[in-house]
Design a protein around this ligand. Structure first.
Ligand code: A2P
Length: 269
């Protein structure tokens, strides 16, 4: 039997051209949100903020979905942050993974939420909702982000307070990290909740329109002279946040055409 069709675990062969990696840890945050870490293939290179297609070896033709890599490019393992999508063909199985299981990963990472796609600026705004925080979990742990921008602001909006925990723990760990902690002292984390009581409430789009987010942070409103943006969330959130940034005069960029903001889609099912 050729090597690339050898069954590593379970009944189905590993498809050719994908990495088969081992789960090293799983942590659950709510009944729907969990993070997991897998071994990193020695030959796998990516830029912080990129995503990759992942699947499980549970079918002849496994379902693959795009997942932002939540760990920085220097990390020895790869981290992912996932939500259980109702009836999602991948996440209905993925939500049950445990240490030692195999996760499949296609070999080519891609994405536009990378520092290279932005022109230099003073202040980087990272706008996220729900699991859209994942690519920023990577970028806030990359020293390059702080070398390129004097100030970094991560906004995270969720429906419920419990859904903020992954980001809150991440930011706390990052500030204490021996490698990036010193750089990350300039990182600001602005969390809001929309469907429960919380000190800061509301959608980030509304908080930008009213100016409240700028007042809360003691910052001037966004301008193309100093500010850069990255956006990750649901399709509706991407559209509305993009409109808000364009209202401030920012222009969408891409890898081959860096500009003042970039947009990503991070759907898992
Ligand atoms: P809301 O509770 O008002 O819908 P979801 O789980 O649907 O992706 O939502 C995650 C968070 O993103 C929620 O707090 C939600 O607020 C917010 N949100 C949803 N749609 C938008 C949008 N178009 N613009 C900004 N925030 C949004």
């Amino acid at each position: 039997m050729p090597l690339d069709t050898t069954t590593k675990d379970g009944d189905f062969p590993i498809p050719a051209g994908v990495f088969a990696e081992t789960v090293t840890s799983v942590e659950r945050f709510t009944d729907r949100l969990f993070k997991f870490r897998i071994t990193r293939p020695a030959s796998f290179r990516f830029r912080s903020g990129e995503f990759v297609m992942i699947g499980l070896p549970n079918a002849e033709k496994p379902v693959f979905r795009a997942y932002s890599i939540a760990s920085p490019s220097w990390d020895e393992e790869l981290e992912f942050y996932s939500i259980k999508v109702p009836n999602g063909p991948l996440t209905k199985h993925l939500q049950r993974i445990k240490v030692g299981d195999t996760v499949l990963m296609r070999k080519k990472p891609t994405g536009t939420l990378v520092n290279d796609a932005l022109l230099p600026g003073k202040r980087l705004w990272m706008f996220s909702t729900g699991t859209g925080i994942a690519p920023f979990a990577s970028l806030i742990r990359d020293p390059e982000t702080y070398q390129k921008f004097d100030e970094v602001i991560l906004t995270h909006t969720c429906r419920e307070v419990a859904e903020l925990r992954y980001g809150q723990e991440l930011v706390a760990h990052t500030k204490n990290d021996p490698l990036v902690g010193e750089f990350a002292q300039s990182l600001r984390h602005y969390c809001t909740v929309t469907r429960e009581d919380y000190p800061l409430q509301g959608r980030i789009t509304d908080l930008m329109a009213s100016g409240k987010v700028f007042d809360d942070l003691g910052l001037p409103p966004i301008t193309p002279e100093t500010d850069r943006g990255m956006i990750c969330g649901s399709m509706d959130m991407l559209r509305d946040t993009k409109t808000a940034l364009e209202g401030f005069g920012l222009v969408e960029g891409a890898n081959n055409r860096p500009d003042t903001f970039v947009v990503e889609r991070a759907f898992v099912d």
